[in-house]
Design a protein around this ligand. Structure first.
Ligand SMILES: [Fe+2]
Length: 464
């Protein structure tokens, strides 16, 4: 790795402090129409309560950040989610680090709920999400943890509940799912209505015991693209290896597209060549076809990289933003959407499940380790507008789209992202004009400290 790559890894340093302050250094002018809060979530420290280092990217305690943008400027606060793990539960088998005590201490153990993957608002409540267990409800103003939520017992057993819910723009419903392995591998799909009432909606059999991280909706379907990311269940059950170290990409098992009709009826199952993906961007109905946009990888090296993220490069495993088209006859076509290695795709929330023209992604230009550019993709014109980091070693987190109030154009709004400034070991909120991010930030809010890279977040109109 080059010197810029090495300095960029500072974004993976833990952040033990919890802050709550008004940001003093604002550069540029915060748009008058931009009022609300950017919530972000991600691992804040890769160690357990005894200071034992944890190696897997997914293993850090969830740390929430909130940038509240109001007439007075920007207020920043961060808080760790008070999970059982954060509170000091010992003897834990993590994704990439076994519990001390050899195989006997690790038999049939599952990783702890770290609440570290996403933070979403629905029906006036804020939740920190982690796919292997139930949500933690969070106070949206203070970021204090209010407790684990199982929705009247609907989230049963492990309470698996993915970190990537989809929000129907017309009904206000939130769809989500959890992977359950007993009595046989299946997806348990949930629908939460606009008042916050969660109900089991449907279950769908999986072709194998796979890690399923994300899904999408269209106006007709709930859409899954199952990747053969398969753990060695026997090794995990016998305590021989932590589950994250046993995950393998098994392309010989193929992939399956599951189209679950939202109005009821038979589930369509379409087998196709293996696809390795964690994130779907969006999906929509196009006549009888279903279009699915996803970030794909050519091979399983990604799984090794995230298991040892402190010391490895992403440069030799570029990702491909890919559009899949599933025909009425079951034919699945694929075409690239950009040549730039991409991740963390976002779009206008009102286009969820509908045809969309613009996608906003992180791309990689010079860094081999992290994403150093924010890119707007025009999927109609196949053009791109990018804002590369202005300093070497800097990196961005996922660009979240915040619409301008009253706007009608799909790209009328702002992109909110957090930039890690490697030379300063600090982070800043970056506000870009979504219509043309290449013009550079409209405004930035410089923090006194850094935020570890993190995974996902969302924008809320809430300001208090
Ligand atoms: Fe994700």
């Amino acid at each position: 790795m080059g010197p810029d790559d090495l300095s960029s890894l500072g974004v993976s340093e833990p952040q033990p402090a919890e802050h709550d302050y008004r940001v003093e250094q604002i550069d540029g002018t915060i748009p008058a129409g931009l009022r609300g809060t950017l919530y972000r979530n991600g691992p804040g420290r890769w160690e357990d309560h005894k200071g034992r280092p944890l190696r897997h990217l997914f293993d850090g305690d969830g740390m929430l950040s909130a940038f509240t943008i109001d007439a007075a400027g920007v207020h920043y606060r961060n808080r760790y989610v008070r999970t059982r793990h954060f509170g000091g539960r010992g003897g834990v088998s993590h994704m990439g680090t076994s519990a001390p005590g050899g195989w006997r201490a690790n038999i049939c153990r599952v990783p702890p709920n770290l609440a570290n993957t996403n933070v979403v608002e629905h029906a006036g409540r804020l939740y920190a999400l982690w796919e292997g267990g139930p949500p933690h409800e969070i106070d949206p103003d203070t970021l204090e943890t209010m407790g684990v939520r199982r929705f009247g017992g609907e989230l049963r057993w492990l309470g698996s509940y993915s970190a990537h819910p989809s929000f129907c723009p017309s009904s206000g419903a939130m769809f989500n799912f959890g992977v359950e392995l007993m009595p046989r591998p299946h997806l348990r799909i949930y629908r939460t209505d606009r008042t916050g009432r969660l109900r089991h909606f449907r279950s769908a059999a999986l072709p194998y015991a796979a890690m399923v991280h994300d899904f999408a909706i269209t106006e007709r379907y709930i859409v899954f693209l199952i990747s053969p990311i398969i753990p060695d269940a026997m090794s995990v059950a016998l305590g021989r290896a932590p589950i994250g170290d046993t995950l393998r990409y098994r392309p010989e098992r193929g992939s399956v597209v599951l189209l679950v009709p939202r109005a009821g009826g038979k589930i369509r199952r379409i087998e196709c060549e293996a696809v390795l993906q964690f994130h779907l961007s969006n999906a929509f109905d196009d006549g009888d076809d279903v279009v699915i946009d996803a970030i794909t990888y050519a091979d399983g090296r990604l799984l090794e990289r995230i298991a040892r993220f402190h010391t490895t490069s992403l440069a030799d495993m570029p990702s491909q933003f890919t559009r899949f088209r599933v025909g009425a006859t079951g034919r699945v076509g694929a075409e690239p959407l950009t040549d730039s290695p991409s991740e963390f795709p976002r779009h206008h929330p009102a286009r969820e499940g509908r045809p969309h023209r613009y996608a906003y992604v992180n791309t990689r230009r010079t860094l081999g380790t992290l994403y150093d550019t924010v890119t707007k993709l025009d999927l109609a014109d196949q053009t791109e507008l990018s804002y590369p980091a202005p300093e070497p070693g800097n990196s961005f987190c996922e660009p979240v789209f915040a619409p301008r109030p009253g706007a009608t154009a799909e790209d009328d709004g702002w992109l909110l992202t957090v930039e890690y400034r490697a030379a300063h070991k600090t982070s800043r909120l970056v506000i870009l004009d979504a219509a043309d991010p290449s013009r550079g930030p409209v405004a930035t809010a410089q923090l006194a400290s850094h935020i570890p890279q993190g995974f996902h977040g969302n924008f809320s109109a809430r300001t208090s």
